[in-house]
Design a protein around this ligand. Structure first.
Ligand code: ADP
Length: 644
């Protein structure tokens, strides 16, 4: 999907207020102990790392100098410090070693703790996003948001991890270093501190300029990467067409171009990025030079111009060392800012997903569907597929928070909703078989989905045993309505698992019986590991017909009171279909069944055939009646059997 195309997510994303605050509220608070330990350990590590140059300065003055200068450290009363030179020497040595050790130990602690914290949040975000996503209404998935959801689960979750780990910890280091160094320098010698810190605004300005110029290049790189990914994805999906039309070279060329685009945009970023660090070093060198010249001359001339207070060699050396300590933390500023911006965007994407309202869910006073008889009634049903974008917009106008609006009733998408089902009434008595027939796009599958309440109606009602499906507990409705759709999907796992899907506690014998009933046992037994053969993406590839038979076995095992077979045998050859048909006849005999079948021979025995055109019922009746009446059905029948 092109980067600038609006997705259904965007509306929800734009509403997220202060996404990073929400991130801490929803995920940080429950781990706040880790966060606090991480931040404190970081603080200690950074503070300790500032100690050695200060101690070195003190030691140079008191121990190695020729004059009798007292041993002093900023903020520490002299009475607490040793008086003898040898003691002062060992004391300094121990202090410096201790500082390095403390830095090392606490760096390790904050590294591990921060990672633990950040990866823990990432894990929760990943799992929660999936859990949220899978509960969203079927309508959400009509907009093919798979790519978006995938990128939330992978990219966005890891952006948040980087932010909580790197950016947060480097941010703390930056603050401690800049303020810590400034404080120490001012305590030691305010005048020289001003001179040394003159370089700091320059470094900040340089960093700010750098971020300004690199930002558009980052954006270019991101869109180049997005284009590249789209090309790759498209190229792989269309590989068959590319081969069939001998267009491999054309396709490779397109990918090569996109890849070159990525390469070039990365080079543009790197050209600048490699310029920044040396630039910072140069500015630090400038600070060093100024401090060295001013401080050195001050020492040499025993004060000059405004610099008349006392300056010792030790303090001078501390200053010179400190000028080098700004570079590393400041060099991280651009990546901190980058990570914070990425994290803001990623957090709004994550919370944007969380805030999409789920409309198809249990009503507050929903009742379970217990041992249904299987009476089904569609009464004056009208339905239009909901449009996520339009809905989000509608909520905007009413200024309603989407999260607060969990109502189960679906609003129509506009004044002129595009009805795909219009005023349809169908009634099935318990045990009856009703067939929906009609041309492609007439609305047959849609009617099936409405019985499962995959979507909510705009008008009318669908009732099971007299209760509106909107008043039933969803899980119980779906347990009692078995659904075999056109697309017989297999999950990654064994064939046994796939048949057991939804009834995970079924025994192997039950699974085998169900497979027999679906005419699937034979081919399954011939597979290398029988029922334990892996199928799905990494397993054995099965034909459409084989997959359909597994789907039928699944519904046999489910043993529901109501069956919905939407082109359940369309991919099966006529021979197999006949064999399945007898099992299906047994299966549907005492259950209410809705069938959609392209081959009309399979619906001949139905109690009632409902002929649909453009979402409306145009004819209904039993097979013989309809053939005799010479209407639309007899036309279809004639076309298929060649009898008219
Ligand atoms: P049939 O099963 O009779 O071929 P469908 O029920 O699949 O017909 O489709 C009826 C109409 O609804 C068609 O115009 C189709 O384009 C539209 N439609 C089907 N599925 C969706 C969907 N998920 N989102 C939007 N429109 C859809």
């Amino acid at each position: 999907m092109a980067a600038d195309e609006e997705t259904p997510f965007d509306r929800y994303r734009q509403r997220i207020d202060r996404p990073l605050v929400r991130l801490f509220r929803e995920y940080g608070l429950e781990r706040k102990r880790w966060l606090i330990v991480g931040l404190l350990a970081n603080l200690v590590a950074q503070a300790a790392s500032l100690l050695p140059p200060v101690v070195l300065g003190a030691a140079i003055d008191a121990v190695f100098g020729e004059s009798d200068t007292a041993y002093q450290l900023p903020l520490v009363p002299t009475s607490l410090l040793p008086q003898q030179e040898v003691e002062q020497f060992w004391f300094s040595a121990i202090l410096i070693a201790g500082a390095f050790l403390t830095t090392a130990v606490f760096t390790w602690i904050y590294g591990v703790v921060a990672n633990f914290f950040a990866h823990g949040v990432m894990h929760n975000v990943r799992s929660d996003s999936f859990e949220k996503m899978i509960r969203l209404d079927a309508a959400f998935f009509d907009d093919k948001q798979t790519g978006e959801v995938m990128s939330i689960l992978s990219n966005d979750a890891s952006n948040l991890e980087l932010f909580l780990d790197d950016a947060l910890m480097n941010g703390v280091r930056l603050v401690v270093m800049v303020f810590g160094i400034a404080a120490i320098l001012f305590l030691l010698n305010p005048q020289l501190a001003v001179v040394t810190l003159l370089g700091l605004p320059l470094m900040v300005a340089f960093t700010w300029w750098f971020m300004r110029v690199i930002e558009p290049r980052y954006e270019d790189r991101q869109s180049a990467v997005a284009t590249f990914n789209t090309r790759i994805e498209n190229g792989i999906s269309g590989v068959e067409l590319a081969k069939a039309t001998s267009s491999e070279e054309y396709e490779s060329g397109r990918v090569r171009d996109a890849s070159r685009g990525v390469f070039e945009s990365i080079m543009e970023v790197l050209k600048l990025a490699y310029f920044y660090r040396p630039g910072m070093e140069l500015l630090a060198g400038l600070s060093f030079a100024i401090t060295f010249v001013v401080g050195g001359y001050w020492l040499l001339a025993d004060g000059f111009g405004p610099f008349t207070s006392e300056l010792s060699v030790g303090v001078f050396i501390t200053f010179v060392f400190m000028t080098q300590r700004f570079v590393s933390p400041l060099a991280e500023v651009s990546s901190i800012v980058d990570q914070v911006q990425n994290a803001r965007v990623s957090a709004s994407r994550v919370f944007g997903l969380y805030d999409i309202p789920v409309r198809i869910e249990d009503a507050e006073d929903a009742v379970p569907l217990d041992n249904p008889e299987g009476h089904v009634e569609y009464e004056d049903v009208s339905f239009a597929y909901p449009d996520f974008l339009a809905r989000a917009e509608g909520e905007d106008e009413r200024g309603k928070s989407p999260a607060a609006d969990g109502g189960a009733v679906l609003e129509s998408t506009g004044d002129e909703a595009e009805y795909v089902i219009e005023d349809v009434s169908v009634e099935a008595q318990p045990g009856e078989t009703v067939a929906f027939v009609g041309s492609t796009g007439a609305g047959k599958s849609t009617l099936c989905r409405l019985l499962l309440r995959l979507y909510d109606l705009n008008e009318g009602a669908v009732r099971v045993d007299g209760t509106d499906v909107r008043d039933l507990e969803l899980a119980s409705l779906r347990t009692h309505v078995g659904y075999v759709s056109q697309d017989a999907f297999l999950f990654d796992g064994t064939i046994g698992d796939n048949i057991r899907y939804g009834r995970f506690d079924a025994s192997m014998d039950d699974v085998r019986d169900a497979a027999r009933a679906a005419e699937a046992h034979e081919f399954i037994s011939e597979l290398p590991d029988g029922y334990d053969t892996r199928v799905g993406e990494r397993g054995v590839k099965l034909s459409g017909g084989q997959r359909q038979r597994i789907a039928i076995a699944r519904v046999v095992l489910q043993d529901p009171a109501i069956l919905v077979l939407d082109e359940a045998t369309s991919d099966v050859d006529t021979d197999t279909e006949q064999r399945i048909q007898s099992s299906l006849d047994a299966l549907t005999e005492d259950r209410t069944t809705f069938v959609v079948a392209h081959r009309l021979s399979t619906v001949v025995g139905a109690d009632q055939i409902v002929v649909l055109e453009d979402g409306q019922v145009v004819e209904r009746g039993a097979h013989e009646e309809l053939v005799d009446s010479g209407g639309r059905y007899s036309e279809l029948w004639g076309a298929q059997t060649g009898s008219v």
